[in-house]
Design a protein around this ligand. Structure first.
Ligand code: DC
Length: 216
């Protein structure tokens, strides 16, 4: 397969987008771009520099001097590998908050569109099929019931020894769904031409196979 193509995967938190996208990228030998990691990296920089959300000019100046890039599935903020630092609860919240600002989205969407121009990519996020890669050949909307997504997350947390109850995890999933789907700027929604995959009763292998079987 020599022609350049793009695969867009959107969906709510905990649907398995990044696990699936990584596997598909490996099997097709194309690049995986985790756009959530980019919002997390910007959130980290804001926290480190004490940049307040509401000060647009200060935030814009910071964004003008910010570079986010990937190499071997590691994310680099201004040249520093921040892949592990961005996986905390604090940064999850900061990423979610800063992703509601148009100036942050404009900056990251531009970087993402450039990344998808010259090579085949699979990109996952919330606005890939609707905004970032509007013309992608392949678009999927990956979801599962909130109860199933909460159960998957609950099991992961239990394995790590965390004491959260299933009810707490479910409440968090519902809250994040609400925020993602109701923010004013490009809220999460299924693109009209995206294929819906409800993974509630599917294994990871089944979803990966389904996506690859569609790629011509
Ligand atoms: O997928 P994630 O949890 O790493 O994403 C972190 C946050 O960034 C999440 O709250 C939603 C936001 N996000 C977004 O608004 N648009 C994207 N394309 C990707 C993530």
């Amino acid at each position: 397969m020599n022609k350049i193509f793009q695969i867009a995967i959107d969906g709510p938190s905990g649907a398995g987008k990044s696990t699936i996208a990584k596997r598909v990228a490996k099997e097709l030998a194309i690049d995986y771009i985790d756009t959530g990691a980019m919002y997390r990296a910007v959130g980290l920089k804001m926290l480190r520099n004490g940049i307040p959300m509401e000060e647009n000019e200060v935030l814009q100046k910071m964004l003008d001097e910010t570079d986010v890039d990937f190499e071997n599935e590691r994310v680099y903020l201004d040249g520093e590998d921040v892949s592990d630092l961005i996986r905390t609860q604090e940064i999850s919240k900061q990423a979610s908050d800063c992703s509601a600002f148009a100036i942050v989205r404009n900056k990251l969407v531009e970087l993402q569109q450039n990344m998808g121009k010259r090579k085949s990519v699979i990109m996952d996020g919330r606005d890939i099929g609707t905004v970032v890669l509007k013309d992608a050949e392949y678009k999927y909307y990956l979801t599962a019931t909130p109860e199933e997504r909460a159960m998957r997350r609950f099991k992961e947390l239990q394995a790590k020894g965390s004491g959260e109850t299933y009810e707490q995890v479910l409440e968090d999933v519902n809250k994040r769904d609400y925020n993602d789907m109701h923010r004013a700027v490009t809220p999460l929604r299924q693109a009209e031409d995206a294929v819906l995959i409800d993974s509630t009763n599917m294994t990871i292998d089944e979803v990966v196979e389904f996506i690859i079987s569609n790629i011509k």
